[in-house]
Write a protein that binds this ligand. Structure first.
Ligand code: FE
Length: 297
């Protein structure tokens, strides 16, 4: 016997400016919804078409106490950080950064994109860490598009890229510190797929193209909307309209259940820990990015 998870709440993403001035659609946090434990933030960047010289990003900034996941659909993001990592993420690539005790990094459009312009579309998602892991060592997992496992339903109408967790027999290559599911689903018209998610997980679905009919009740969730699902052990996804497909992220994690105190890029359990994070950042203890002249002017 399985129980299908039905939506209990649907919110619409708001738009706002981030970083150096790029627009995001943000379903979490939004008015009346501070976070969905363990997810602190879900940002969809773009899709936006930049003219030459227009593309902007997020210059040097710190993080402490959680993980940031960057998932690029279009464009190129160049990143550098205080631990000496530097690289370019392209379409389909994933960077899973455990900021934990602290890191300073920059996330900018690649120099080619800044020079020539082009399309940028992607996600940044913040996943909280429990108190016992907040000050653990920072780590990176960077996975190129070709190494992200993919699978299709038997009828071929549902396709999934498995960034974390498991779906349709494909298992993620990314290792998570806490149980987290992160899947990018593409539904063709007529798709009707059911996938298990452990009963102790909180499940959310964010639709970023078309419309999805969720659960056995076929509640419609449209482009730019996020649904929080209720208790159960399977998630049922259907393309909502006969002539159109859908894109969605299926996210899930085991709620941490601890107090969340956030100050910008620091997410801790107490105000004192936030003050400590600010002091550590200001005194250079989260590090700084060492740049050589050839990297950027
Ligand atoms: Fe960042």
């Amino acid at each position: 016997m399985t129980t299908t998870r039905e939506p209990t709440r649907i919110v619409t993403a708001h738009r706002q400016l981030e970083g150096g001035g790029f627009v995001v659609r943000r379903p979490v946090p939004t008015r009346g919804l501070a976070h969905v434990d363990p997810f602190l933030m879900i940002d969809e960047m773009g899709p936006v078409d930049y003219a030459p010289g227009e593309a902007v990003g997020a210059p040097d900034h710190p993080h402490r106490g959680f993980e940031t996941i960057s998932y690029i659909l279009d464009g190129e993001v160049e990143h550098e950080d205080s631990a000496g990592h530097r690289g370019v993420l392209g379409a389909g690539d994933v960077q899973w950064m455990t900021a934990a005790a602290g890191i300073v990094h920059s996330e900018m459009p690649s120099r080619r994109l800044q020079r020539e312009g082009g399309r940028v579309h992607g996600f940044q998602i913040w996943v909280n860490l429990p108190a016992r892991l907040k000050l653990s060592r920072p780590r990176y997992q960077e996975v190129p598009a070709a190494r992200i496992p993919q699978a299709r339903s038997a009828d071929g109408l549902a396709q999934v890229r498995v960034i974390a967790g498991e779906a349709l027999g494909a298992r993620a290559v990314i290792d998570t510190l806490t149980p987290v599911v992160f899947q990018d689903w593409r539904l063709e018209p007529g798709a009707d797929v059911t996938t298990p998610i452990a009963a102790d997980h909180q499940v959310i679905v964010y639709v970023f193209g078309g419309a999805v009919a969720l659960g056995d009740g076929a509640r419609e969730v449209r482009d730019g909307q996020l649904a929080i699902l209720g208790a159960g052990d399977v998630v049922r996804l259907r393309a909502a309209s006969p002539g159109d497909g859908a894109r969605l992220l299926l996210l899930a994690g085991v709620p941490i259940g601890e107090r969340v105190v956030q100050h910008g890029p620091f997410v801790m359990n107490t105000e004192q820990e936030i003050l400590q994070a600010i002091r550590d950042y200001q005194s250079g203890r989260l590090g700084e990015i060492t740049r050589t002249a050839d990297v950027r002017q």
